[in-house]
Design a protein around this ligand. Structure first.
Ligand SMILES: C[S@@+](CC[C@H](N)C(=O)[O-])C[C@H]1O[C@@H](n2cnc3c(N)ncnc32)[C@H](O)[C@@H]1O
Length: 298
């Protein structure tokens, strides 16, 4: 029997309501709540926020109080009236232009990823991404495999940069890269375009977009282009050996299902792609952050 005190029931409610928490965050970013409060000379009451955002007084008050509950805003109450300001968390991570801002990634996640996740059951049933159901766009008509428009592609790229600013140093420190003189960080259409000569190719958050067959094709091309003694650095979020953790990576793998053709992989699965492509001495390092590193040599 379940009761409020029951741990299973508590967990279930937390899971079921998780999307509401995400939506409070996305909506507050979308409306510009954090920029407004960052730019205001003093904390603002809900009426002032609603007037300046052009949003309804009732909706604004409810959203602001939800943000307080989530520690995104702080409320000071005097004379029965609350005024709101950003918490340190919001000033650091949510305000556009802050050096550690994650705003672009949150905007992309709210506008695109979240909508695809609304069709997770269908994605599981069909085994393919959900752009058609989410946005009425068949995969083959997307601007560039996974982007609906040039604007969305740019926002996604900005979002990826948001994460690199926080996580990049840790990933690049996973291996000593000093022996490699010419390093090429691959982007663009690496399936078709001629590849520049380099000692080390970086494939960051690329292989997880693609099927094993397409990864093998790309790795084969890179092996051909790579100088002897050179290598390849794969940067991805590594699954545990049994594929059932860490939770973030398991969720990212489902995200690859709803948005791409790919999946996250275990170290053994990366070895199974790199070895047959010709690469040797494959080493996998977990960084303790979101992204890990796999180095292999030609
Ligand atoms: C997820 S992004 C990763 C970008 C960057 N390496 C990073 O980690 O921030 C995927 C990369 O694959 C490249 N790419 C190549 N072909 C693509 C395609 N058909 N659709 C989407 N991305 C493609 C994009 O140019 C982009 O650089």
């Amino acid at each position: 029997m379940c009761s409020q005190g029951d741990e299973g029931y508590r967990l279930l409610k937390e899971y079921a309501n998780g999307f509401m928490v995400s939506q409070v965050l996305f909506a507050a970013c979308e409306l510009g709540v954090f920029e407004l409060l960052a730019g205001a000379p003093e904390p603002l009451d809900s009426a002032a926020v609603s007037a300046r955002l052009g949003a309804s007084p009732r909706g604004t008050e409810l959203l602001l109080d939800a943000c307080v509950s989530l520690k995104l805003l702080q409320a000071d109450v005097s004379g029965g009236k609350a005024v709101y300001a950003n918490t340190e968390l919001a000033s650091t991570y949510l305000v556009r232009g802050s050096p550690r801002s994650q705003r672009d990634m949150l905007m992309y996640t709210g506008r695109t990823t979240y909508v695809c996740w609304g069709h997770l059951a269908e994605a599981v049933r069909e085994g393919r991404n959900q752009y058609l159901k989410a946005f009425g766009i068949p995969s083959e008509e997307l601007f560039s495999a996974i982007y609906r428009s040039e604007g969305e592609r740019l926002q996604f790229m900005q979002g990826l940069q948001d994460m690199w600013r926080l996580e990049g140093a840790r990933v690049l420190a996973a291996f000593d890269l000093s022996p490699f003189r010419v390093i090429c960080d691959l982007g663009g259409d690496f399936f078709k375009d001629p590849l520049p000569e380099a000692d080390l190719y970086i494939l960051a958050r690329v292989l997880h977009d693609w099927t094993d067959a397409k990864c093998s094709h790309l790795l084969g091309r890179l092996y051909q282009a790579c100088r002897t003694g050179g290598g390849i650095l794969v940067i991805e979020s590594l699954l545990d050996a049994d594929g059932r953790g860490p939770l973030t990576t398991v969720l990212y793998s489902l995200n690859m299902l709803v948005q791409t053709e790919g999946r996250e992989r275990t170290p053994a699965q990366y070895c199974a792609l790199l070895g047959p492509a010709g690469f040797r001495d494959v080493r996998c390092r977990r960084t303790g952050g979101t992204y890990d590193a796999v180095l292999a040599r030609k």
